[in-house]
Each structure stands twice: as C-alpha cells, then as structure tokens.
Design a protein around this ligand. Structure first.
Ligand SMILES: Cc1ncc(COP(=O)(O)O)c(C=O)c1O
Length: 466
C-alpha cells in the first residue's frame, strides 16, 4: 500500500547504520541513480568531511576526487563558512530577492561583479545550476524581444554537453539519453560538434568546431537564433579543452550574427581552471556567465546569472522588467556562505594554488597512459578526464555492453572501495572524471594516482582476459 508514513521497522532512535540503510533503501530517491543497484548492496552514506576527505557511516575515509560533484572547491569542513551561515540565519534567515534586497545578496552581487570579466556587472541569483541556465536562456529570449527581434528564440549548444535538467536547460543539454525520456522538449534546441579532437582526422582545421557554430546559425537563419551556450571546458564526455583560438572565433561569430554568448561556468568558475572564471583562462568576453556549485563551495545551494551591462540595460529603465524569479534566489544564508567562501579563496589564493599544481595534476593523468585501456588523458586546472578505450591504436571505444560491464560492473565500485571518489561516466565515450578540491596538493595527487593505477590496471586485465 502506498503510504506517506515511514515504512521502516527498525526504530533505532540513535539512528544506527542499519536503520539509515533501511530508510535510504525504502525512502530516498537518489538522482540519476539506478535504485535497483542498491537492492543487495549498501547505499554509500557519507557522514563527515574534512579537507579533501569524506568519511562514510562506518568511519572509512575517502579522497573526494570529485569535490562532491565539482562543488566543494574550498574543501570540506570549513568551520568559518558554517559560522557565517549560522550568524546569518540568526540575524535574518530569509528574505526574498523579489522586490527586496538584504545586505548579503547586495554585497555578494557587487563582489561577483567585481571578479567577473569586463562589464558583467549585473547578478541574478538562483538556487542552482539548472535554474541559472534556465534563467539565462529566458533572459536571452526576452532581451531580443525587447530589442524588436522577437524571432530569435533558438539556442545552439554542443553535442554531449550537460547544461542541466529543467525543461529549458534540457533543451541545451546535448545528451540524447537524458532528453529522450522527456520529449517533446521546449522548441529551439540545436547542437553542433564539440571540441573533442581525440578522434579528429589528421590535418583538420583546429577551428572546425568553432566554424560549425556559424554553419548552424546560417542554416537556422541568424534572425531566429537567440544564443550560443558553451562551457569553457566541456565536462560531459570528459573534459573537452577548446582549441587555441576557439573562443575568440566563437565570439566573432556571435557578434557577426547578433547572437548572445553564454559561458556556462557551473563547473568551470571559482578556481576549477585556476581562475575565478573560465572565460579569463581562455581570454574571451561572454555576454552572460552562468555559475553555481563552487560559488558557495556548496555549503549552501546557490547559482547565478551574471549579465553584461548591455544585456541588463533593457530591463533597468522605465517599465522594463525581467519577468522571472525564484523564491530562493539570493538566499541570505547562501549569500553569507558565498562571501565566506570567497574570503577563503582570496586569503589562501586558491586560484594561484591550482595554477601552481596543475602541471603536477595533469601530468599525473598523462602518466597513466601506459595502462592499456587508457586512450586519452586531458583537462585543464584541477579538472581532468581519462578516456578508456578497447584498442589504443585504433581508438576503438567499448560497446555499450562492455561499458556496462566495465564502468558499472567494476570500475565505479572498485574506485570507491579503494577509497577514491571520482566518476566513471559513459554519457559519451567511457571516461573517468576528476576534479579534486582546490586545496589538494602533491600528497593527494599521489594518492589519486595510486588508486587509479591499481584499479585501471585491474580493469585492463579483466577486459583483455574477456
Ligand atoms: C555545465 C553545467 N550546467 C548546468 C548544470 C546544472 O546544475 P545543477 O545540477 O546545479 O542544476 C551542471 C551540473 O552539473 C553543469 O555541469
């Protein structure tokens, strides 16, 4: 019988491990998770974090090589962020940004605008990344309407890119398996090749992927295109770093055709690439940046749309208004967390730390190329991926069935059992993704290497013996 009351029977008031497991299995609906996988296995329940490490309910320690999904950039267990949140909750736990302001949202907006490149001076807060993307896509459409170009509603994004799950953001997401169950989506999503050059034919023009954006704009009709949305380094598919000059060419194309350029930095901002924003790393000026995750180091949920003066201008005068809002956008406790987080960034120069260690981190990934199933290693800053292949010579990828055996059947579990949290992902070709907290140093990099080498070598042996 369906019920809204708890079904678990173990009434252990101290919340023992077994009752937590039972409750998790019976009631918790985990995201993007095959729940059946836990029918006969423990749900991984993490209870505590300290620096680069987290601990499960049994007290076992794990190196968080993924920053809890590209989030905890300043590291776990920062009491000063928690204290700032508690102080704020005591002073003013909540007030909305719908027609009201409060000090922390104002201070944070000014601080983010000060750090953002060029004239990205207007900050619209959201509760997370999908909402930031959703808001940015709506902003672009309404911007064009206010400028008398109501026909511009299409977006151009890249194949295999992930931009979130809300219906608008999903239109930008270029992963067929994530789109198909929910079709029809909002109209106007179009996709172009990404910058993954691993299997490009020799001699291909390095700006081929950038030029594909112009081809698509021309094909669709420039007067129908609202925006281009791209990540500085595309995460899904495994850290696709842009070719030299890619972003400059994309900027040129957008300007030529009156299309707005959104840099989706939900992952690539706040030090992930060694700069506050990915746009700085590659030297381009977007019209809009979307961000989330590392803004608060995920101590509290928060995202933001950072718009240029030009994009914001039509909504700042007379009866102009961005007819869009979210109750929790600019939440005071999240804003306090973000301010405390940015204090840490400045005091400890976390961006500088990443730049100082990125060669070591990326070099470690490159060093794994001697393992037979490692086909490619790529990335920038503290953001990296290893692509796994069946045959290094031909670059042949694993079949869907082999990926299933390799990633779900072995790798994910083995990495975790060996104390490393990272992500085995097959949304494109199978990859292992890494993004350690920005405080990670030589010791943590060596530990990541040790576990990866052990598990990937065993995976290689299993695949060749099959
Ligand atoms: C580039 C990018 N955009 C948008 C999102 C969606 O963010 P959220 O999961 O906070 O809704 C993500 C999430 O990983 C992302 O990586």
């Amino acid at each position: 019988m369906a019920s809204t009351t708890p079904q678990y029977v173990t009434q252990d008031t101290e919340g023992s491990q077994s009752s937590l497991q039972e409750m998790a299995k019976r009631h918790l609906w985990m995201h993007f998770t095959r729940m059946s996988a836990y029918a006969d296995a423990e749900v991984p329940i993490l209870v505590k974090g300290e620096g680069c490490y987290v601990f499960d309910e049994h007290g076992k320690r794990y190196l968080d090589g993924l920053s809890a999904l590209f989030c905890v950039n300043a590291g776990h267990g920062r009491a000063e962020i928690a204290d700032a949140m508690a102080e704020q909750a005591k002073e003013l736990a909540f007030f909305t940004n719908w027609s009201y302001a409060h000090p922390r949202a104002v201070e944070l907006a000014a601080r983010v605008a000060g750090l953002a490149p060029g004239d990205l001076n207007r900050v619209f807060f959201t509760s997370g990344g999908s909402e930031a993307v959703e808001s940015a896509l709506k902003l672009c459409r309404t911007f064009h309407k206010r400028n008398g170009e109501a026909g511009r509603y299409k977006l151009i994004a890249r194949e295999i890119a992930y931009h979130g799950t809300t219906m608008g953001a999903l239109t930008a997401t270029g992963i067929p398996d994530l789109r198909a169950p929910f079709e029809p989506l909002a109209p106007g999503g179009h996709h172009v090749p990404n910058t993954n050059s691993y299997r490009w034919p020799e001699g291909r023009d390095p700006l081929w992927a950038a030029d594909a954006i112009e081809d698509k704009i021309l094909f669709e009709g420039p007067e129908t295109v609202s925006c281009v949305i791209l990540e500085p380094v595309q995460n899904a598919g495994g850290c696709f770093v842009p070719q030299e000059g890619y972003w400059q060419r994309v900027r040129e194309i957008c300007d030529k055709h009156g299309v707005l350029l959104i840099s989706d930095e939900v992952i690539c901002s706040w030090g992930r690439l060694g700069h506050y924003f990915g746009a700085e790393r590659f030297g381009y000026q977007p019209d809009i940046i979307t961000t989330a995750k590392g803004l608060t180091s995920a101590y509290s949920p928060m995202g933001a749309v950072i718009a240029s003066d030009r994009v914001a201008e039509p909504f700042m005068n007379g009866t102009g208004m961005f007819v869009h809002g979210l109750t929790f956008g600019g939440h005071p406790v999240s804003a306090a967390a973000a301010l405390a987080n940015l204090d840490i960034f400045e005091r400890e120069d976390l961006c500088g730390h990443v730049l100082a260690h990125e060669d070591e981190f990326q070099g470690m990934l490159q060093g794994l190329r001697d393992i037979p199933i490692v086909g490619d290693a790529r990335g920038a800053g503290y953001f990296g991926a290893i692509e796994l292949v069946k045959d290094r010579e031909t670059k042949e990828s694993f079949s869907a069935e082999e990926s299933e055996t390799l990633l779900r059947g072995y790798l994910s579990g083995a990495l975790y059992e060996n104390g490393l949290i990272c992500r085995a992902d097959d949304r494109g070709d199978p990859v292992i993704q890494l993004s350690p907290p920005l405080i990670a140093g030589s010791e943590e990099i060596a530990e990541i290497e040790r576990v990866l080498r052990l598990v990937l070598t065993e995976a290689s042996n299993r695949m060749t013996s099959n």
